[in-house]
Design a protein around this ligand. Structure first.
Ligand code: SF4
Length: 363
């Protein structure tokens, strides 16, 4: 584990590439990605979903390009979106050529599946359009030769496949790419990225594939992506959930926020509540979370049920509430006591203070 004295994670410095205007790798912020789940040819639905993702803070969005209608639609999608679009290509290299010409910022391909001759055309298209690529190795679609060698899609097989793909691209004088080695098993995925990180300096796109439903997928992604990020491994992340992709962005940010790697929106520190709570903590936090969901600026709010932990948490918060007897809770501003506040006033007061802080900063 690599922490410095301030508990900050020291990140491994990888090569930096561009995905459109977003830097990935090197000293760039860890970007948060998702993928649309609309029919790509339904341009309106796809663009609307991209806008929702963008609004939630997505830095990059991937769009499937399974056929020519999709790569045609991609042109319109790219022209309307304000963030870089990665074209997701499987099997047919011609979709990659079309996507490059349609304005994709990056091509997600598995070069091994495309083959050594056809990948040359894909590389030429990427170079001509000055776009990057992602080598997307996935335990579910490893090539047969690797599977025959390793018998199972374990970490060594994933890394071997990634190294072969790297060699293939480098032998064609192309190094403008990032890499992913995804698996649905937490241990396999973590081991693959740990190993790959020791063997290459290309930026790594972290993701646990087929992670599952909202709750279990979020936990498995946090465990795996979080474990790697804590070691300084990873340059961009995608949380895969069987859920609305907007939730993937929210969870992605929560992972980065919890490791102090990025900040966005209101970070609520709250206690689980117990018999000592002086106001209904759970209900208060639930309403506050909803009412503050539009805030993009980084602000820390602590909502703590009693004096056991309230004053301490308030010290590290922009705005803090600590429960006090008979409805006389204490409001803290930047760790300093400000005024007593009744249970009924907590939500409105906190929302007002947060909005005032945002307005002051933006003035
Ligand atoms: S801070 Fe107070 S109310 Fe909250 S869980 Fe701890 S003891 Fe209970």
């Amino acid at each position: 584990m690599s922490y410095n004295i301030d508990n900050k994670i020291s990140r491994k410095k990888t090569k930096q590439i561009m995905v459109g205007d977003v830097k990935v790798g090197g000293d760039a912020l860890i970007s948060v990605q998702s993928m649309t789940n609309t029919i790509t040819e339904d341009v309106e639905a796809t663009v609307n979903q991209i806008k929702s993702l963008e609004n939630e803070g997505a830095d990059i969005v991937r769009v499937s390009c399974p056929n020519t209608d999709a790569t045609k639609a991609l042109k319109e999608i790219v022209n309307t979106a304000d963030i870089p679009i990665v074209a997701d290509i499987h099997f047919h290299y011609k979709r990659a050529l079309e996507a490059a010409d349609s304005g994709a910022a990056c091509l997600r391909v598995n070069p091994g599946n495309i083959g050594p001759e056809k990948i040359k055309e894909v590389i030429a298209a990427a170079k001509a359009n000055k776009i990057s690529m992602r080598i997307g190795v996935n335990a579910g679609s490893l090539d047969k030769k690797i599977l025959d060698k390793y018998k199972e899609p374990g970490a060594d097989a994933l890394v071997d496949s990634a190294l072969e793909n790297i060699k293939l691209l480098e032998s064609n004088n192309f190094d403008n790419f990032k890499i992913s080695v995804k698996a649905s098993n937490v241990h396999t995925m973590v081991a693959a990225y740990e190993k790959l990180s020791l063997l290459t300096n290309y930026p790594l796109h972290l993701g646990l594939t087929e992670a599952g439903t909202y709750v279990s997928g979020s936990i498995k992604s946090s465990m795996s992506i979080g474990r790697l990020l804590s070691q300084g491994i990873g340059d961009t992340i995608r949380v895969s959930l069987t859920a609305d992709p907007v939730e993937e962005i929210k969870i992605g940010y929560e992972i980065l926020k919890s490791l102090d790697l990025r900040s966005r929106g209101v970070k609520i520190i709250s206690c689980p509540s117990c018999a000592r709570q002086a106001f209904p903590v759970i209900e208060t936090v639930k309403v506050l979370e909803e009412k503050l969901s539009h805030i993009k600026q980084s602000i820390t709010v602590s909502i703590i049920g009693c004096i056991v932990n309230g004053p301490g948490e308030a010290l590290n918060s922009d705005i803090g509430i600590t429960g006090g007897g008979k409805g006389s809770n204490m409001l803290y501003l930047s760790g300093v006591t400000d005024q007593k506040i009744s249970n009924d006033d907590i939500v409105n007061k906190v929302v007002k203070l947060v909005e005032e802080r945002v307005a002051e900063t933006n003035a």
